[in-house]
Design a protein around this ligand. Structure first.
Ligand SMILES: [Zn+2]
Length: 114
């Protein structure tokens, strides 16, 4: 498990939920003024008949996108993708240019055989 994932688990009360129909994001820190949801209300504590204030979608249409200020993307996607997301920009550049250099050498070697 990465550090980011562990931190996300430690602060579930700050999880935001995004409406998959229209992109509206429910933020527990803000609540929902239009439907008398006070700030600090967890998504899980919203009434069962709560609907998306923008497109009227039901709660089941929402996906957990994690607390504010963390890595972008859906929580369940964290940890996928060969761990590239945990690399620093410098490490990514080394990987990219290393791959380019290898590809170039491979091309040159093929060219030399002809
Ligand atoms: Zn919506």
């Amino acid at each position: 498990m990465s550090e980011q994932a562990e931190q996300a688990v430690e602060t579930p009360e700050l999880d935001r939920y995004e409406c998959r129909s229209c992109g509206y994001v429910y933020e527990p820190e803000k609540g929902d003024d239009k439907q008398d949801i006070v700030s600090g209300t967890l998504f899980a504590e919203l009434p069962a008949n709560w609907r998306c204030p923008v497109c009227n979608a039901k709660k089941v249409a929402f996906a957990n996108i994690g607390p504010a200020g963390t890595a972008s993307g859906f929580k369940e996607n964290l940890g996928f993708g060969l761990g590239v997301n945990t690399l620093t920009p410098t490490q990514k550049n080394i990987l990219i240019f290393g791959a380019l250099a290898l590809g170039f050498l491979f091309f040159i070697s093929l060219y030399g055989l002809q």
